[in-house]
Ligand binder design. Structure first.
Ligand code: GUN
Length: 292
């Protein structure tokens, strides 16, 4: 069993990005710049955004974190986005999700200039992805492709099963794995909460991507021996014995599933780190698109 260590794979990508950034700076130009908007103070979102900013700094990128209160109006948030859209010193914009209920997520996503949509959530980006046109791939599916590439896991002709149909992970992942691209060319089954006899389908998976957000949902009886298992879950589960009062759990019951696999991602330390690598690569791409 190979442990698909996100620390190792993401570090390798960050080193490449660092080198590219140093070359930009030594040419007298400003480095890539990511602006992140965080609304409210959800603990998990705070952690993710802090990590994105920290990784920008480590890579030599500029970053701006804009914090807005949970009761910010939709129009004030739209104004902030409009300001960032027209700021030529900002290459990538992300609005951390989820947003408070009074704000319409789709309106916010559609307000971001697609040229700066480094999350790849804008319908224009999503449409391009479906048609195989160059675009920003959402960071988590992108990170998973980078993980497959780093560990040289072949995907061509395999049956990939994706659990979860979110716009952020499951749906774009299913499209990418079925696309005629490196680390694609799979036959893909996309499963969701209305899929009957899910285990009968997952047992046919050469590659299983679990992205449903239910801790330890995927158990040993759902695995085809020799499968590659990609665990996208990162749920905080209360645990009074832990220092922070919670533990991070993946969607896969790692202890019982890992011995059956050819390869598996750990949680934490797997896909989460690759997501950030994907985001940073998109930000460099956005920079290159409008400076070349
Ligand atoms: N919330 C969960 N995942 C993501 C992500 O990749 N980007 C943003 N902006 N919000 C998220």
């Amino acid at each position: 069993m190979t442990l698909l260590d996100g620390k190792i794979a993401s570090q390798a990508i960050k080193e490449q990005l660092k080198t590219a950034t140093q070359a930009i700076i030594s040419n007298g130009k400003r480095p890539p710049h990511l602006a992140a908007i965080l609304v409210g103070n959800d603990g998990a979102s705070e952690t993710y955004v802090a990590s994105k900013v920290k990784n920008c700094e480590e890579t030599g990128f500029l970053s701006t974190l804009i914090r807005l209160p949970a009761d910010v109006t939709e129009s004030d948030l739209l104004e902030k986005i409009s300001h960032l859209n027209s700021d030529s010193g900002v290459d990538g914009i992300l609005v951390q999700l989820p947003l408070p209920r009074h704000i319409r997520e789709s309106v916010i996503i559609q307000a971001i200039n697609p040229d700066k949509d480094v999350d790849g959530f804008h319908p224009i980006s999503a449409g391009k992805l479906v048609q195989g046109l160059p675009t920003f791939i959402p960071a988590t599916p992108y990170g998973i492709l980078l993980m497959l590439e780093h560990f040289q896991l072949s995907t061509k002709g395999k049956h990939a099963v994706v659990i979860g149909r979110s716009n952020i992970v499951g749906r774009p992942m299913s499209i990418l794995l079925s696309s005629n691209i490196p680390f694609g060319n799979c036959t893909v089954t996309l499963c969701h909460s209305h899929t009957p006899d899910l285990a009968a389908i997952t047992r046919q998976a050469d590659i299983l991507v679990a992205a449903l957000g239910k801790p330890e949902f995927v158990t040993a009886d759902m695995i085809k021996p020799g499968a590659i298992v990609i665990d996208v879950g990162i749920t905080r589960v209360a645990d009074p014995s832990a220092k922070k009062g919670f533990r991070i759990k993946g969607d896969v019951a790692f202890q019982e599933v890992a011995p059956l696999c050819e390869a598996i991602t750990p949680v934490p330390g797997g896909v989460g780190l690759m997501t950030i690598a994907g985001l940073l690569k998109n930000t460099l791409q956005a920079y290159q698109n409008h400076t070349s």
